[in-house]
Write a protein that binds this ligand. Structure first.
Ligand code: FAD
Ligand code: 2HG
Ligand code: ZN
Length: 489
């Protein structure tokens, strides 16, 4: 794990005392080395999902109510104790774990649904509700959470809002900036900001909740959210396609939008390397027999199974006849729907199978989306770092591209046998400069955390960054909230 050689602990921050611990213990459950917890007990709070980032906290607090959060932050602000808000700790940019000894404020004990209105579809719940639990609650009532992602079994809805997660169905349901109607948040000085609106429309002043969506714990702690949820689709279809070139993937996308229009709910692209890795790690056989450079997963969500089946069937037939795709298969049961999805959702897990992985989550104009993967592959190859049949043990296992093609969002991944300075030097700033040239984004949906904060200038100008810094200073003048991360102005 990184030991943050380029970051110094903020000298303004206090160190925890026995008195501090006693205060926190009087408020809520805590995990503390002062109270007999071992480093092992703290390991899961200190280490991120990728096992790339590791902090050294000795204290985790687990507030149960908004008032608890308020008391904790007020105290920390007065004492200048730095904190890290933590949801399900599935973030992919090192934002959810401490860098040094920041106190972890873990939100898992705030996990109740507060209300649901079956007429409007508006759900209000605590920030610590696990995404899959929120979705199960909605399923029982005929509704669906408008966000879905591979980490749903662990991530929190508060964490999703704090990162402005995009996920697998953004194409259909839009971003959280549109679906989240309200936020309850605690500011660093303990103020409870109640912007837990249940309204679709409310043009009365600045839209404060928007600032919290994607703020990654830098201006306050989200304690509850309200979100508008669609009806659960009665019919769902998934097709997996085999495509010979990225040009044909784009043609497939155009045809798919034309023919499926309102029922299209996901359009995901995976390259052959990603599929080989999933096969290698899971030992399963791929549902498509042949091999080709690209795979596309299409999902539809609608209200009439017969109508939807017909549309997807006709699309597949046309794509085959027009020789846009080489092959395709359509799920014929719910079990098959899930099975086909594993070839997409299982990619991040498979990538983590070796010693480490470098991840780049980028937005690129669609026509050049895959070119980045090809350029990085060529670079790794020319430097002799890429594994080949002749040199199967080279440090770079593979160069993989996949992602939310429907949103022009590529996930470039470089799985390695161990984190390696040579690989890092070849990737950065190369990838960022490549993105900047095309006016893309160096962080499409995962956020900045500690991983991307020093590179934000590749996607944002100095004026934008200066305004962001003013916002940060206004909310958090003592800089106790998730320090060393997010933007560096
Ligand atoms: P954490 O990881 O705990 O925290 C993330 C950030 O939010 C941190 O900066 C933290 O300080 C802050 N934070 C957390 N909770 C709060 C709160 N209540 N108030 C204030 N700040 C808070 N992301 C996508 O966008 N799309 C995907 O498709 C996707 N797929 C994934 C698949 C896998 C297998 C994995 C491991 C991750 C994936 N992610 C994806 C990344 C990640 O799951 C999301 O970013 C998720 O939204 C993080 O939620 P969390 O509760 O785990 O937050
Ligand atoms: C996904 O879409 C996640 O599966 C993870 O955003 C992306 O592994 C990644 O780079
Ligand atoms: Zn993603």
């Amino acid at each position: 794990a990184d030991s943050y050689p380029n970051i110094q602990r903020g000298s303004q921050f206090s160190k925890l005392t026995a008195e501090d611990i006693a205060y926190f213990e009087s408020i809520c459950p805590i995990v503390s080395t002062e109270k007999g917890a071992t480093q092992d007990d703290l390991e899961s709070f200190n280490t991120d999902w990728m096992r790339k980032y590791r902090g050294q906290t000795t204290l985790v607090v687990k507030p149960k109510t908004t008032e608890d959060v308020s008391n904790i932050l007020k105290y920390c602000n007065e004492r200048k104790l730095a904190v890290v808000p933590q949801g399900g700790n599935t973030g992919l940019v090192g934002g959810s774990v401490p860098v040094f000894d920041e106190i972890v404020i873990n939100m898992s004990a705030m996990n109740n649904v507060r209300s649901f209105d079956a007429v409007s579809g508006i759900l209000t719940c605590d920030a610590g509700v696990i995404l899959e639990n929120a979705d199960s609650y909605l399923r029982e009532r005929g509704f669906i959470f408008p966000l879905d992602l591979g980490a749903k079994g662990s991530c929190h809805v508060g964490g999703n809002v704090a990162t402005n997660a995009g996920g697998l169905r953004l194409l259909r349901y839009g971003s959280l900036h549109g679906t989240v109607l309200g936020v309850e948040a605690v500011l660093p000085d303990g103020t409870i900001l109640d912007d837990l609106s249940l309204l679709r429309k409310n043009n009365t002043g600045y839209d404060l909740k928007q600032l919290f969506i994607g703020s990654e714990g830098t201006i306050g702690i989200i304690t509850a959210i309200s979100i508008v949820c669609p009806q659960r689709p009665k019919s769902q279809n998934v097709a997996l396609l085999l495509v010979e070139s990225f040009e044909k993937v784009q043609e497939t996308f155009v045809k798919t939008k034309e023919q499926l229009s309102e029922i299209l709910s996901a359009f995901e692209m995976m390259d052959i390397n990603s599929q080989r890795l999933v096969r290698q790690v899971t030992g399963k056989s791929h549902p498509l027999k042949g091999e080709a450079p690209f795979y596309v997963l299409i999902e539809t969500s609608g209200s009439n199974a017969e109508h939807d089946d017909e549309k997807v069937g006709a699309l597949l037939q046309n794509l085959m006849e027009d020789e846009i795709i080489l092959d395709g298969t359509m799920a014929e049961s719910e079990a098959q729907v899930r099975e086909l999805w594993t070839w997409r959702e299982g990619v991040p897990e498979a990538l983590g199978h070796w010693g480490g992985v470098y991840k780049y989550d980028v937005s690129i104009p669609l026509s050049e989306l895959y070119l980045l993967v090809e350029d990085v592959r060529a670079k790794m190859s020319s430097l002799g770092l890429l594994s080949t049949p002749e040199n199967p043990d080279n440090v770079v296992v593979d160069v993989v591209g996949y992602g939310h093609m429907g949103d022009s969002n590529l996930h470039l991944n470089i799985p390695v046998r161990g984190f390696d300075k040579r690989v890092e030097k070849a990737l950065e700033p190369f990838v960022y400069e490549w993105i900047q040239k095309r006016r893309g984004s160096i962080s499409a949906e995962h956020g900045l955390g500690v991983a991307k904060s020093e590179f934000v200038g590749y996607s944002r100008g100095p004026t934008e960054l200066a305004v962001m810094q003013r916002i940060k200073n206004m909310f958090d003048p003592n800089e106790i909230m998730n320090p060393y991360k997010y933007i560096k102005a």
